[in-house]
Design a protein around this ligand. Structure first.
Ligand SMILES: Nc1ncnc2c1ncn2[C@@H]1O[C@H](COP(=O)(O)OP(=O)(O)OP(=O)(O)O)[C@@H](O)[C@H]1O
Length: 416
């Protein structure tokens, strides 16, 4: 079950906003509503956020992100549609019941930190806990723990003004963590920070999320931030969600021209990981098998490369058609594995890290999962395509320099 769901959510500002929803249902455009003094800020937004996910809402200024997040935390009532948190529909809650859900399920980090200037860092971190009814000792302990998580051990007695911008936002983050809610909403939380600090905070948030298993809805107008942070990204335009998907899905398969144009300048090499560009191996061969068996598999399945694995599927290397043909010709009874053919990379390795020596690489890269087992292969042509910003087909048509000789059916085969 999703932790958080939005179902056909609308927010229209103006008098008698319900009119706007009805007009939109009838097919009216935004301009028509504007003429009636109505602003449609969020139009028919539906999505589900899974437990432990970083769900990014990305869109230009005015696209409706802040309004959307305010409906999720119950600050704005929806004009139509539902927000369901942990099975509870906010539209059905009032007064104390609504405040309880907001307090216990959702915490929020703001762009401008929202720290109280005359309270200490520790008091700021503990701020949300008083309303939760915790006693002073518990509040202080939780706040200190949260400050420790964001790398601010020992800063509890300082005043916010003594801290840099990045540190102040860590206090904002600590305050949200101290509330110990499962869901954290972050509204342009890093947008006011210098690029270097921002990057550091992004990494730290991803690391914290993995450690604490929080569900995070993260709002940003920065596409690169969205692509870097989001397990999935919802792209908003003019109040509507245009597409929801992983960074790879949005980059590789944009749903419409708007999304395609929006993402065209993204540095794919920085966003895409080895896991996203690899191909699952069509066939593998056990390390104890000989070259003739490999030769047979390569021919029968017309493989460009064949990964060699141990019984537990950890990779030993990869054999190529040309190599294996030569080995069979020479009568070798061992698979011709070489050092260079055994380069492995992790699933999360950024593509950019693999491109440096793409042109020199003569065999596919092997991609392994966290347990070191083979997850897939990245053919050299994929790297060259990424490097030249050309589709794979173009690189294939132009040819790869020094590509291995293809194994033809009439290759001379000598029995060992
Ligand atoms: N309280 C309000 N009253 C009237 N109109 C509003 C109100 N809040 C937002 N809007 C309008 O709703 C639309 C969406 O605004 P919203 O702030 O949600 O966008 P955003 O994507 O968060 O933009 P930004 O990044 O600039 O904050 C805009 O046209 C805005 O002018």
């Amino acid at each position: 079950m999703p932790v958080l769901a939005a179902e056909h959510l609308y927010k229209i500002f103006g008098r008698r906003p319900q009119r706007g929803v009805e007009a939109l249902h009838r097919g009216a455009g935004r301009d028509e509503l504007r003429a009636q003094g109505l602003t449609p800020a969020v139009i028919d937004a539906s999505f589900e956020v899974r437990a432990g996910e970083i769900f990014v809402v990305m869109g230009l200024s005015g696209s409706g992100k802040s309004t959307l997040i305010r409906m999720i935390n119950g600050l704005h009532p929806a004009t139509a549609g539902d927000v369901v948190i942990d099975g509870e529909n906010l539209a059905h809650l009032k007064g104390e019941a609504l405040r309880r859900v907001r307090r216990e399920k959702v915490s929020m980090v703001f762009q401008h930190f929202a720290l109280l200037p005359h309270r200490t860092v520790g008091e700021n971190a503990a701020y949300a806990l008083k309303v939760q009814g915790l006693n002073k000792a518990d509040r202080e302990a939780r706040a200190a723990r949260a400050l420790g998580m964001v790398g601010l051990d020992g800063w509890g007695g300082s005043m916010p003004s003594e801290l840099s911008g990045g540190m102040q936002q860590r206090v904002g983050l600590a305050r949200a963590l101290a509330a110990e809610t499962d869901i954290m909403l972050m509204d342009e939380a890093f947008s006011a920070l210098d690029p270097l600090i921002r990057r550091e905070m992004q990494d730290q948030l991803v690391e914290l999320q993995q450690r604490l298993d929080k569900t995070i809805v993260f709002i940003t107008h920065d596409l690169n931030e969205a692509m870097r942070m989001g397990d999935r990204v919802a792209m908003m335009r003019d109040g509507r969600i245009e597409q929801i998907g992983t960074a790879e899905q949005i980059l590789n398969d944009p749903k419409n021209d708007y999304v395609a144009q929006f993402v065209q300048d993204v540095d794919r090499a920085k966003v895409l990981t080895a896991g996203a560009v690899m191909e699952p191996p069509a066939m593998v061969i056990g390390a104890e098998q000989g070259p003739r068996q490999a030769h047979r598999l390569i021919r029968e399945h017309q493989l460009d490369a064949l990964a060699v694995v141990r019984r537990d599927r950890t990779p030993v290397g990869v054999v190529l058609p040309g190599e294996i043909a030569a080995a069979v010709r020479e009568g070798s009874d061992r698979l011709p594995l070489t050092e260079r053919s055994a380069s492995t990379v992790g699933l999360d390795t950024p593509l950019a890290d693999l491109l440096a020596d793409a042109a020199r690489r003569e065999s596919p890269l092997l991609v392994v999962d966290d347990a070191g087992r083979l997850a897939g292969l990245i053919p050299q042509v994929t790297l060259l395509a990424a490097l030249s910003h050309e589709p794979v087909e173009t690189v294939l048509a132009d040819g790869i320099p020094d590509s291995p000789e293809p194994l033809t059916d009439d290759a001379e085969v000598v029995a060992p």
